[in-house]
Design a protein around this ligand. Structure first.
Ligand SMILES: [Fe+2]
Ligand SMILES: [Fe+2]
Length: 436
């Protein structure tokens, strides 16, 4: 064992300290899907016609095809809901495999091993995630299968066997968690465009999975270094194969194409042959490559396996490091937002010009308009601080009353022209705030 010859103890001690810190972190911040999500709140109602369920090219290559763009809106929405629900079903099935293996593994740990407590915390998290995903699937109403049939049959067997192979258990945990984490991180970056319920679910899952990935990272770093050459060679081969298998399960099955009448060629090209799908596959493995590299199981000879499987690519400097090239659509969106902001500022300046030229009380109108805009901005800033701004918000009475109060106060100051100018300025300057 590699030891650190200082007063803080061995590397093993440092590792166990980290495990205990993760257990404490779990106690400090954990979620319950039935307490932390108000499933019956109006904003969480699963509206089957909500256009925000449509697939987005950043997270799904089918959305970038001409075929998808030509479909009626309702069909695009239905496909988006189906894929979301199916990915959650895959996550459930994967987490059940993990639970089987982890329970088996934990049962063999000695008394007072801190890993036991952490693993039990993680299993509690996973049970909550399973309930959260299943609740979504039930409310969505589409009967989704999740993984392919063979994986559904073999999954429980893989889970059972992995209970005997602890390193493979946690390599498998990373391989299943990383593709989901990658996809949900992209969704979070598009938070303004997705329904609040999906936003909430992915937020909870990302927060808790970050701990699981940290534990698996630390566990493998601590254990793999003690493995012999033959075992390390096995891990070097099995890691990319496992990853590729689980990544493939997160793409929709043929039954999805049949149900929605997607031409075979379009379906294959979108998910497996297009430039975008290849980039997405390789990019989703970025964190897996970083971990394999740091463990020394992505060697010169084993990299060809990653290459053949289409999951070779850049090496991130840290976990979750975004790839700006891959996320071009988001960059384009930022440019679009910047243009909008400038257009709004120009509109506000134009309104101020009209106030000065067309009314005798121009400076007063501008001053009060600025005050009204500030009230509006402060209202949103406070709301955001309390975590109430989720973007794309539905109608809210408090928001409406703030609007009304600001407008009514303006009437005695600048008359109806002043009121109209103030309304336009608020619209131009402050109304965009919650979605930026
Ligand atoms: Fe999970
Ligand atoms: Fe997890």
């Amino acid at each position: 064992m590699t030891t650190i010859d200082d007063a803080d103890g061995t590397q093993e001690d440092l590792y166990l300290d980290k495990v205990e810190a993760l257990s404490r972190a779990t106690n400090r911040l954990r979620f319950d899907p039935y307490l932390d999500i108000d499933w019956d709140a109006p904003e969480n109602a699963l509206d089957t016609a909500d256009p925000r369920w449509q697939l987005h090219p950043v997270t799904n290559p089918l959305a970038a095809t001409d075929w998808y763009a030509e479909q009626p809106l309702q069909k695009r929405v239905d496909m988006g809901r189906w894929i979301t629900a199916n990915e959650f079903k895959v996550a459930i099935q994967f987490e059940m495999i993990l639970i089987r293996g982890a329970v088996h593994y934990a049962g063999k740990l000695r008394n007072s091993d801190p890993v036991f407590r952490y693993v039990m915390h993680e299993l509690t998290d996973e049970c909550n995630h399973i309930q959260m995903f299943q609740e979504f699937i039930n409310r969505n109403g589409q009967d989704v299968p999740g993984m392919r049939r063979l994986s559904r049959i073999l999954g429980p067997i893989v889970g059972f066997i992995s209970g005997y192979l602890k390193i493979m258990l946690f390599i498998g945990a990373l391989c299943g968690e990383q593709p989901g984490h990658f996809k949900q991180t992209l969704l979070q970056r598009e938070a303004a465009r997705i329904p609040p319920l999906l936003n909430k679910i992915t937020y909870i899952h990302l927060a808790e999975e970050a701990r699981h990935i940290t534990f698996a990272d630390d566990y493998l770093t601590e254990r793999v270094q003690h493995s012999g050459r033959l075992k390390r060679a096995c891990y070097a081969i099995l890691y990319p194969l496992f990853f590729r298998w689980l990544m493939g399960e997160f793409t929709p099955p043929r039954s999805f194409a049949r149900q929605f009448g997607i031409p075979r060629r379009t379906f294959k090209a979108a998910y497996w042959r297009s430039e975008r799908s290849r980039q997405m596959l390789a990019e989703s493995a970025a964190d897996a490559r970083r971990v394999a590299d740091s463990l020394g199981i992505r060697t010169i000879w084993s990299r060809w396996i990653w290459r053949v499987l289409g999951i070779e690519g850049r090496l991130p400097h840290y976990r979750g490091e975004p790839n700006r090239n891959f996320e071009n659509p988001t960059v384009a969106r930022l440019a679009e937002v910047r243009t909008t902001v400038w257009a709004r500022i120009v509109a506000a300046v134009a309104m101020a010009g009209i106030a000065l030229v067309a009314t005798p009380v121009g400076p007063r109108i501008i001053a009060v308009a600025a005050a009204g805009t500030a009230v509006w901005a402060i209202y949103h800033a406070l709301k955001e601080r309390r975590g109430g701004v989720m973007a794309n918000q539905p109608f809210e009475w408090p928001r409406f009353f703030v609007w009304l109060a600001v407008c009514v106060i303006m009437i005695p100051v600048g008359g109806l022209i002043g009121l109209a100018l103030v309304v336009l300025m608020i619209l131009a300057l402050a109304e965009f705030m919650p979605t930026l």
